[in-house]
Design a protein around this ligand. Structure first.
Ligand SMILES: Cc1ncc(COP(=O)(O)O)c(C=O)c1O
Length: 414
């Protein structure tokens, strides 16, 4: 049949085992393991917030029922985009006039689709260039970035983000010929899974690099409201003093900020030229966000109170993690996100043991990172998403220590 190879096949060829995606691989890893029947099962592998969300979401959706009967606006309603601009100005102290609801914002059906589809717009097709384009992505990475790179036939260049580099990718140290071929660069801050936060100086340098080499900088700020201590700086905030948003787009989501991953609501904001090309592209097939969802989303972006409560709840869970884990498994409280990123020696072995002995499901770090064996920067880690309630979290963290923390357990794993 004259059908071109599917993205899944190309992912498998280009990314090896990673092509299957982390959750398929985890299912496979644990398929031959029986979880301890004496323990209640806890699943902290998926970063799906299970906290409460404001009751007004249901109320607004109900009030705006009539809009189920209309096709939604391609960019999202004006009400939604104005709420987004007001939020960004408030959160990142942006000057008036930097962002316009009309030109700089597009609503997304969750940020993942936007993070994936943006590559289709900004990466040139192979026939249009003399050398293959590059997409830069951090390693470990969020799966949509890799899918996006491979989906365009670009060359994905994975840049390690480990303690040696402050858990951020050192893009500035890449060879000049790689930077010259770069069409798109992803950065996640606060980062999934390590929880690292890019400071203003890092972002300034990366934005300068993007402008010098003419690539698009896509900053994934989905976890921008989940932090301990100082609120993370945003890329728009860093761009503001330059007086322009050239080369920059940022992605935000209500999934983590407001604990509504099922609402499927996010946005992309930034450079008017990129946004306008993205809108033209989306006119053909990309999802639009339904009117009642946009109305509820506008109400959520306008409210910071529930966000402060959500953040406080995550901080309580990190207090427990700090108390129970101490500095075991290289743990340090991350400045952002809701993940524990634990050095357990061998993440796959630890995930199997935690499921077998403690009925606790966690994600091996190797499934979130590129590279074979020990060359994979996530090889030694597991990621634990603190998305359940405080009592379950406490139970889970205690199970980790009881299962892996005993001196002989570490010896077995190494
Ligand atoms: C780093 C990162 N970016 C983006 C997303 C996508 O979130 P959503 O599509 O729900 O907005 C996730 C979800 O887990 C994520 O971890």
């Amino acid at each position: 049949m004259g059908v071109s190879r599917s993205l899944a096949e190309r992912l498998a060829t280009r990314l090896g085992p990673l092509g299957d995606g982390p959750f398929t691989r985890l299912d496979r890893l644990l398929s031959t393991v029986t979880p301890n029947p004496k323990r209640k099962r806890i699943d902290l592998a998926l970063g799906e917030p299970r906290g409460t969300f404001p009751a007004f979401v249901a109320r607004v959706v109900e009030e705006r029922m009539a809009e189920w009967g209309r096709y939604p606006a391609l960019r999202g309603s004006v009400e939604f985009r104005e709420a987004v601009v007001a939020y960004l100005r408030r959160r990142y102290r942006l000057p008036a006039g930097l962002l316009h609801a009309e030109r700089n914002v597009v609503g997304l059906s969750g940020s993942r689709e936007g993070l994936f589809l943006i590559a289709q717009v900004v990466v040139p097709p192979l026939h249009a260039v003399t050398t293959p384009p590059v997409v830069l992505l951090p390693n470990p990475y969020y799966v949509a970035y890799a899918g996006a790179a491979v989906g365009t036939n670009a060359e994905p260049v994975f840049v390690s983000a480990t303690p040696n580099t402050g858990n951020l990718p050192d893009y500035a140290s890449l060879p000049a010929d790689v930077l010259a071929r770069t069409a798109l660069c992803y950065l996640c801050t606060p980062s999934n899974p390590q929880g690292s936060v890019a400071g203003a100086a890092y972002l300034e340098q990366l934005l300068r690099l993007a402008r010098a080499h003419g690539f698009v900088l896509a900053v994934d700020e989905c976890y921008g409201e989940i932090y301990s201590g100082q609120a993370p700086v945003g890329a728009l905030e860093v761009a503001a003093p330059t007086g322009s948003l050239d080369n920059l787009v940022v992605f935000h989501s209500l999934s983590k900020r407001s604990s509504v991953p099922g609402l499927r609501s996010g946005f992309v904001a930034g450079d008017e030229k990129i946004i306008s090309a993205f809108v033209r592209f989306r006119a053909y097939a990309a999802p639009t966000v339904p009117g009642p969802i946009l109305a509820a989303s506008a109400a959520l972006w306008a409210d910071d109170e529930h966000v402060a409560e959500t953040r406080a709840a995550y901080n309580d869970k990190f207090d427990v993690a700090e108390r129970v884990l101490g500095n075991r498994f290289g743990f340090r409280r991350p400045p952002g996100t809701f993940f524990l990123w634990l050095d357990v020696g061998n993440g796959e072995d630890a995930a199997r043991r935690l499921w077998a002995e403690a009925a606790l499901r966690v994600m091996p770090g190797a499934y979130l990172s590129h590279g074979e064996g020990a060359a994979n920067p996530g090889h030694a880690h597991v990621r634990v998403a603190l998305v359940d309630d405080l009592a379950t979290t406490t139970d889970a963290v205690e199970r980790i220590v009881a299962t892996l923390g005993a001196p002989d357990a570490r010896a077995i794993l190494h």
